[in-house]
Every structure is written in structure tokens, then in C-alpha cells.
Write a protein that binds this ligand. Sequence first.
Ligand code: FAD
Length: 278
Amino acid sequence: MTEQTTVTTATAKPVPTLPDAQTVTSVTHWTDRLFSFRVTRPQSLRFRSGEFVMIGLMGDPDPATGRTKPLLRAYSIASPSWDDELEFYSIKVQDGPLTSKLQHIQVGDEIILRPKPVGTLVHDALLPGKRIYFFSTGTGFAPFASLLREPQTYEDYDEVIVTHTCRDVAELEYGRQLVEGLENDPLIGEMVAGKLKYYPTTTREESTKMGRITEKLKSGELFTDLGVPPISPETDRAMVCGSIGLNNDLKEILEGFGLREGANSEPAEYVVEKAFVG
Ligand SMILES: Cc1cc2nc3c(=O)[nH]c(=O)nc-3n(C[C@H](O)[C@H](O)[C@H](O)COP(=O)(O)OP(=O)(O)OC[C@H]3O[C@@H](n4cnc5c(N)ncnc54)[C@H](O)[C@@H]3O)c2cc1C
């Protein structure tokens, strides 16, 4: 069951009181573990779709000195580079230093955003290809929420395949709504049509497609389901964003298909980023 609630305003007026403050313009709660939110975008902030930034809130005062300092964490920007606002897709860790607080933000509140975007899940880190795979689990969908709305994705590739694996069906909902909205998007709808394939799976709750993406790759079920040939370094490129365990397993599988890991400085056939540490 999805317990989706959204609060939005078009009139939130930023009155910055924090360093690098941005104002929250909308918050959507997807489940008791996941929410997304949008904030104002600093005019000077330029980034490449797929990159991440440090965001946060002021921490609690130090009991000895009474001073507070920013509590910052890495977050993928889930909105594309052309968007007027910035979107983030977040976990709620009940005892997490940041997200125990961040999950309570409301429209008009401020967050801290350090305007220094970085990351490897960018088109520049890949050599040209025919087909691109975005492999994600959990909040690892966030950088692909950006790249799926980026026109360059459809200019550079004939086919775009996005896989998203979560424990439960409700945890797929943010991604599902985003993907389903793409074909009607006034900016990129026409570019997306016929190119995008969405492959959601669950590992715990019953759904139409169950199981880990690593198993579906190893067995070849993914290729059969999608009607595409097995991954090859001549045609296929991949971006991966999940837990460290998933990333390592996928690296091994992709290298087994002959893909090499790329970087901004040395583009190749696949790139990886952690969705979180730990
Ligand atoms: C490059 C990078 C990009 C990131 N992008 C995002 C993002 O777009 N959205 C997001 O929610 N988080 C993202 N994270 C994780 C984020 O930085 C924080 O860890 C998260 O917000 C929790 O912060 P916290 O202070 O509440 O708890 P922390 O002390 O940071 O984490 C507590 C524990 O919670 C678990 N955890 C943390 N983050 C997640 C997560 N996303 N999914 C599942 N379990 C988690 C880990 O086991 C961790 O040890 C990213 C991390 C990195 C390194």
C-alpha cells in the first residue's frame, strides 16, 4: 500500500538564515521509509545530471559550548540539470543523525546545500554506445531520476533500460510514477517514446517480477524478458547505484560481460556510485 502525501506551494519565499540555505517547496512521503522533496535552486549552481551534492541541517547545539554546526550528507540530485528547482529522494533512518530530522521538513523550511556537485554517474564518464542500463536498488534510483529526465540520455542512446529493485512494491512507487510520466513530459516525451524500458523487481513482497537483478543478469532472464541480446562491450553501457554489496556484485557481472569501469578522467563502458555507506 502506498501512503503518498504531498504538500506543495508555489509561493514559498526564501528568507535565508542558514549558510547556503535553500527553501523547501514541496515534500512527498512515499512510505514510512522513503520521501522526496524539492528545494529552490541557487542561480549559480550548475551540475551534470547524475551528480550528487552535500545537503543537511544545523545539528543540535554542543552541550559544552552551545555552538551548532552543519550536519551534512551526500545526496544525489534527483532532478535533471535543466530544472528550475532541485529534487531529492531520501531514506528515513529512524536513528540516523540527519534523516531522523530531515524526514520532518515542511514547505517553507530551509535546508543547507553546499553548491559543489560531483560524481561518476554522468554521461561524460562513458564511451558512446547503443544501449544504456541504469541499475538501481532503493534510493539508488535517485541519480537515474535525474538522468531519465535528461535529454542527452535519449540523444546518446537508442535504448534506455532502467532496473529498480526494492523489498516491497510501495518502495517502487516514486520510480514508477516518474517513469510513467516521462512519455507525456512536454520537454522530453517525444524523445523517450519507444526507447525506454522499465524493469522493476521486488525481493520480499509478491509482485509481477520478483528477485535480485544480479540473479536475473546471471541467468539471462533479464535479456529474455526485455527482448535484448546479452550485454556486450561493443553496444552496451551501464550505470550502477546501490548498496556496496550490490555494486560489487554488479561490477563482477558487468566485467564478466567484458565491460570496463570508467571515470570522468577516463571514460569506459560502465560506472558505479554508492547509494549510501554502511
Ligand atoms: C554518493 C552518495 C550519494 C547518496 N545519495 C543519497 C540519496 O540520494 N538519497 C538518500 O536517501 N541517501 C543518499 N546517500 C546516503 C546519505 O548520505 C545518508 O547516509 C542518509 O541520508 C542517512 O543519513 P543519516 O545521517 O540519517 O544516517 P547515516 O548515519 O548516514 O546512516 C545510518 C545507516 O543507515 C543506512 N542508510 C543510509 N542511507 C541509506 C539509504 N539511502 N538507503 C538505505 N540505507 C541507508 C546505512 O546502513 C547507514 O549506516 C548517499 C550517500 C552517498 C555516499
